[in-house]
Design a protein around this ligand. Structure first.
Ligand code: SF4
Length: 418
C-alpha cells in the first residue's frame, strides 16, 4: 500500500496539447496519415515541433469557418470530404487516416466521429478513417497517443490465442530487444500496439495479456480490457528495477519458472548497474522537482530516487490513474509529495522557494527557470528518447545528469568572471 501524499490542484497550465504525439506516432506508423482538423496555430505547432509534413488545412479553423454562419457547417463537412479526397488521390499509399480534432470552437462543432463513419462508407475499406481529439482543452501531449491507440482498439481482430501485447510506442530497437528477451523466457507470441504498419493491427481477446510500456494510456487500457485482455499490473519499464519487475509480471502470468527469469535477466542487471554507476555518483543527493507534463513523472521519480539516489521534492503529474500507478506509488519513499494537476504560478512559487538542483518541465518553462539559475530537463525529450528497458538504464540517467553537468560548468564560468 502506498504512503505517498497525494495532492491535487488546478489553475493555469503550461503543457503541450495532444497534437504533439503525432510526431512520434507518425514515425512509428509510416503508412498512417494524421490530418489535423485545426487552425493555423495547430499547423504551426505541428510544423515547428515536428517538421512533419502535415495538411492542417487552416480553412477548417477559424480562418474560413469563422466567416460563415452556423448553417455553414454543412459546407465544412463538404470541405473536409474534399480535402480528404484530394489527399488520398495524391497519396495512394495511405492506408489509415486519422482525423485529429483540435480546440477552435468551429472544429469542436464538427462531429469528427460522424465524418469518419461517412468517409469509411465512401472509401469502402480502401482506407480506414479513424478519429480522436488532440485538443489542448482535453489533452496533454502524451494523451494524444492514448486517443490514437484507443481509436484503433475496436478495429483489432478478435482472437483467443495466448499472447503478450506491448502497448505504447517504443523505439523499434528497444521493441526488438524486448522481443528477444521475452523469446528467451519462452514467450514467443509478442505483438505491439501501435504496430509498425497501421494496417497490420494485432489481435486481442481473452488470451491477451497486456504490458503497458507507457503510463499515459488509461483509455487504451480500458478499451483493451473491454475486449477481454488482461492488463498486467507492474511498474513501468524504466530503469533496471522497473524493467525487471515489468518483465517478471509477464513471466509470472505465463507461468515461467523464476530460475529461468533470473538467469536471463541477472547478467543484464549487473551490466546495467555498472554502466549506471558514474551517473549515480553525479545524481546522488541532488534534489529534483518534476512539474506535471507527460504522466511519466512518477515512474521517472521512482527510478531517480531508488536507483540514482536523488531526493524528490515534488512529483507533479497531469493526471493520476491510481490503478495503473499503484505498483509505482508503492515503491516511492513514505510521504513523497505527489501533485496531480497544475496551478502554474503556485507550482513555480514552490520551485523558487525550494531551489531544486534540477526541474523537469515543459519547454516553455525551461528558459525562464534556467535564467534564474535553475537547471532544467525538458520532459518532451523523455518521450522521444529510447529509455525503456534494463539495457537503457544508463542512457536514462544520463539524460538527467547532462543538464546538471552543464549548469555546474556554467556556474564555474560565472565564478571565474567575478
Ligand atoms: Fe491547436 Fe488547441 Fe493544440 Fe493550440 S492547443 S495547437 S489550438 S489543438
Amino acid at each position: 500500500m502506498s504512503t505517498a501524499t497525494l495532492l491535487k490542484e488546478s489553475g493555469p497550465r503550461e503543457v503541450f496539447c495532444g497534437l504533439t504525439s503525432i510526431v512520434w506516432l507518425h514515425r512509428r506508423m509510416p503508412d498512417a496519415f494524421f490530418l489535423v482538423v485545426g487552425s493555423r496555430t495547430c499547423a504551426h505547432l505541428i510544423q515547428s515541433a515536428a517538421g512533419v509534413m502535415i495538411f492542417a488545412e487552416p480553412r477548417f479553423g477559424t480562418a474560413i469557418l469563422g466567416e460563415r454562419d452556423l448553417a455553414g457547417l454543412a459546407d465544412a463537412h463538404d470541405e473536409l470530404d474534399r480535402v480528404v479526397t484530394d489527399l488520398l488521390a495524391r497519396r495512394p499509399e495511405i492506408r489509415t487516416l486519422f482525423l485529429v480534432g483540435s480546440c477552435p470552437s468551429e472544429v469542436i462543432k464538427l462531429d469528427l466521429a460522424r465524418v469518419a463513419e461517412r468517409l469509411n462508407d465512401v472509401l469502402q475499406g480502401r482506407v480506414r478513417v479513424l478519429n480522436y481529439s488532440g485538443s489542448g482543452i482535453e489533452t496533454t501531449f502524451t494523451q494524444g497517443e492514448d486517443g490514437a491507440l484507443n481509436a484503433m482498439v475496436p478495429l483489432m481482430p478478435a482472437s483467443q490465442e495466448a499472447q503478450l501485447l506491448l502497448v505504447g510506442t517504443l523505439a523499434n530497437a528497444v521493441e526488438d530487444r524486448f522481443k528477444t528477451l521475452f523469446a528467451r523466457l519462452g514467450i514467443t507470441k509478442v505483438e505491439s500496439l501501435p504496430p509498425r504498419q497501421a494496417n497490420d493491427l494485432p489481435s486481442v481477446g481473452p488470451g491477451t495479456r497486456v504490458l503497458l510500456t507507457q503510463p499515459y494510456l488509461t483509455d487504451t487500457a480500458r478499451a483493451l480490457k473491454q475486449r477481454g485482455a488482461e492488463i498486467l499490473q507492474a511498474p513501468f519499464p524504466l530503469g533496471t528495477e522497473g524493467s525487471r519487475l515489468w518483465m517478471e509480471a509477464a513471466a509470472q502470468s505465463f507461468g515461467i519458472n523464476h530460475t529461468l527469469v533470473d538467469a536471463t535477466l541477472e547478467p543484464l542487471i549487473v551490466r546495467a548497474r555498472k554502466a549506471l554507476e558514474p551517473y549515480r555518483q553525479q545524481l546522488q543527493g541532488k534534489r529534483i522537482f518534476l512539474l506535471p507534463e507527460s504522466q511519466m513523472e512518477i515512474p521517472l521519480a521512482r527510478f531517480l530516487q531508488r536507483e540514482c539516489g536523488m531526493e524528490l521534492i515534488e512529483v507533479g503529474t497531469p493526471y493520476l490513474n491510481r490503478d495503473l500507478m499503484e505498483p509505482e506509488l508503492e515503491l516511492l519513499p513514505p510521504n513523497t509529495r505527489i501533485m496531480e494537476g497544475q496551478h502554474l504560478e503556485k507550482q513555480l512559487d514552490r520551485v523558487r522557494e525550494q531551489q531544486p538542483d534540477l526541474v523537469v518541465c515543459g519547454m516553455g518553462l525551461a528558459n525562464p527557470l534556467e535564467a534564474e539559475g535553475i537547471a532544467t530537463k525538458w520532459s518532451i525529450e523523455l518521450v522521444f528518447s529510447p529509455i525503456h528497458g534494463i539495457d537503457q538504464t544508463a542512457e536514462l540517467a544520463e539524460l538527467f545528469s547532462r543538464p546538471l553537468h552543464r549548469r555546474e560548468r556554467l556556474n564555474t564560468q560565472l565564478l571565474a568572471q567575478i
